[in-house]
Design a protein around this ligand. Structure first.
Ligand code: PGA
Length: 234
């Protein structure tokens, strides 16, 4: 067994995830059956991956996937697609970070779809990051460009230009490099790129300051397309 690469542990004593990080954000797309068969289908390839796969299905499926990956020893970590801005309490429909902290390690915060469709502003996102950290979850904080405000204590930042999300039109590796450099100048972040990542282009993004990718519906829902990305990163 090669030694574990504890790169994130340099930034936080609590983190020891192996790089690269490969995030699958399934958004509002799956059925329970689809989630289970997705995990089954990628399990073998995941087992031979030296980085960290972070699977983010919808809330209702987190517990069942957690039981499955724990029971079967599958090399996948779980992430939530969102979290409540509030502490646990009487907030109908919300899910508190502390309610899922036993089964989830990561949470996506600040995705452009939530900023636009759910009108989440910088103040809301700051509160969400605070709630996540209090519960011991690691935020994967999405920024749309190098100037997007980043709350304190964020360690993982995903650069996700809006034009590249779900369009098949990724940013250029050159520009991703420049943006990552500017983000790195703002803090010791682990930086991911997201937006039309595919098996064909993933390697061109994960260089220098970029230590992983966030893959949305375009190429993570279909397990074979996701396996293609996984294999390309090995
Ligand atoms: P995409 O989405 O991979 O479908 O472009 C990326 C994202 O929304 O994070």
């Amino acid at each position: 067994m090669p030694p574990r690469k504890k790169i994130l542990s340099d930034l936080s004593p609590n983190m020891s995830e192996r790089l690269p990080l490969l995030v699958a954000n399934h958004k509002e797309n799956d059925s329970l059956e689809e989630v289970i068969s997705w995990v089954d289908e990628i399990a073998e390839s995941a087992q031979r991956f030296d980085g960290t796969i972070i699977f983010c299905p919808s809330y209702p499926f987190l517990a069942v996937v957690y039981q499955k990956i724990s029971h079967d020893g599958i090399n996948i970590k779980l992430g939530s697609q969102d979290i409540s801005r509030f502490e646990r309490g009487n907030h109908t429909g919300e899910v508190a970070a502390s309610q899922i902290a036993d089964i989830v390690k990561f949470v996506i915060i600040g995705h452009s779809e939530r900023r636009t469709l759910l009108k989440e502003d910088d103040d809301v996102l700051k509160e969400k990051v605070k709630r996540a950290k209090e519960a011991g979850l690691e935020p994967i904080f999405c920024v749309q460009n190098e100037q997007t405000p980043i709350p304190d204590n964020v360690e993982i930042v995903a650069y996700e230009p809006v034009f590249a999300i779900g369009t098949g039109n990724p940013d250029t590796p050159e520009n991703v490099k420049v943006v990552a450099q500017k983000l790195r100048a703002r803090g010791q972040y682990t930086i991911l790129y997201g937006g039309s990542v595919s098996a064909e282009n993933v390697k061109s993004f994960v260089v220098d300051n970029v230590q992983g990718v966030l893959v949305g519906a375009t190429n993570s829902l279909d397990p074979q397309k996701f396996i293609g990305i996984l294999e390309a990163l090995k």
